[in-house]
Design a protein around this ligand. Structure first.
Ligand code: ZN
Length: 244
């Protein structure tokens, strides 16, 4: 059995048992495994990792680990400039798109309300979620770490919070989305695109609806559901962004 020494930084420690957090500790291995398999055997999905240094050199996931190697593993960097060093993971997309696992329906609705393209269906199994992520280049949002360990997966994020409202703040922060929020652009029901619609059209479709002066309306191109401009959306947006 060989030994190398590893340390995980910042929020990667969330995945570790207390004794392994924020310290250098030994990992045991046979032959010469890849650094990716060592990291995942410690319970950390590769999608969470941005930078790996072995003996001070940046390496890819395929790098073999040798006895006595000193390994440092870093998460996605939010605010430092690490551009001179080769990073592993794709940076968050300019046009962020998500696919959510079946337990995150409320988070999907919140993200849509803020204008983020979020595919969700409670009937999807993990293979379908993975397929959609790869085919449509969507980051998987999940609380299931095993799903993030699939080797084909490039982008994913393990949602830490259990409360939906905290989750949405977490996603906005992690993917740096604060300046990309667009209320009334995505249908919260079906993820279709919304467009403004005239009051007369709404009156014809919904006779008897009580109109307030100045109310603006939006309709979904796909399911044709009509939304009206309510201050609750603005308040929701402010509550989320205040925390970020
Ligand atoms: Zn719709």
């Amino acid at each position: 059995m060989n030994i190398a020494f590893i340390r995980f930084y910042e929020e990667l420690n969330d995945f570790l048992p207390p004794l392994k957090r924020k310290v250098v500790y030994p990992v045991h291995f046979k032959d010469s495994p890849s650094i990716k398999s060592i990291i995942e055997s410690e319970g950390i999905p590769h999608t969470e990792v941005d930078l790996i240094l072995i003996n001070g050199n940046a390496v890819s996931f395929k790098e073999k680990v040798n006895p006595d190697d000193q390994i440092s593993v870093y998460p996605v960097f939010e605010s430092f400039d690490i551009s001179p060093i080769n990073v592993i993971r794709l940076k968050p997309l300019r046009d962020p798109k998500f696919v959510l696992d079946v337990h995150l329906g409320k988070l999907a609705r919140y993200l849509r309300m803020l204008g983020f393209d979020s595919v969700y269906d409670y009937r999807y199994n993990t293979d379908e979620i993975l397929r959609i992520s790869i085919l449509e280049k969507r980051a998987i949002l999940t609380r299931n770490r095993k799903l993030l360990m699939k080797k084909e997966l490039e982008m994913g994020y393990w949602v830490r919070s259990e409360m939906s409202f905290n989750q949405v703040s977490e996603i906005i922060q992690r993917f740096d989305l604060k300046n990309q929020i667009r209320l009334f652009s995505i249908c919260t029901i079906c993820n279709g695109r919304l467009q403004p619609v005239e009051k007369e059209t709404v009156m014809n479709q919904h006779p008897g609806f009580k109109f307030y002066p100045g109310t603006a309306f939006y309709q979904c191109n796909d399911c044709l559901h009509t939304f009206w401009y309510g201050t609750h959306c603005e308040r929701f947006k402010n509550a989320v962004t205040e925390r970020v």
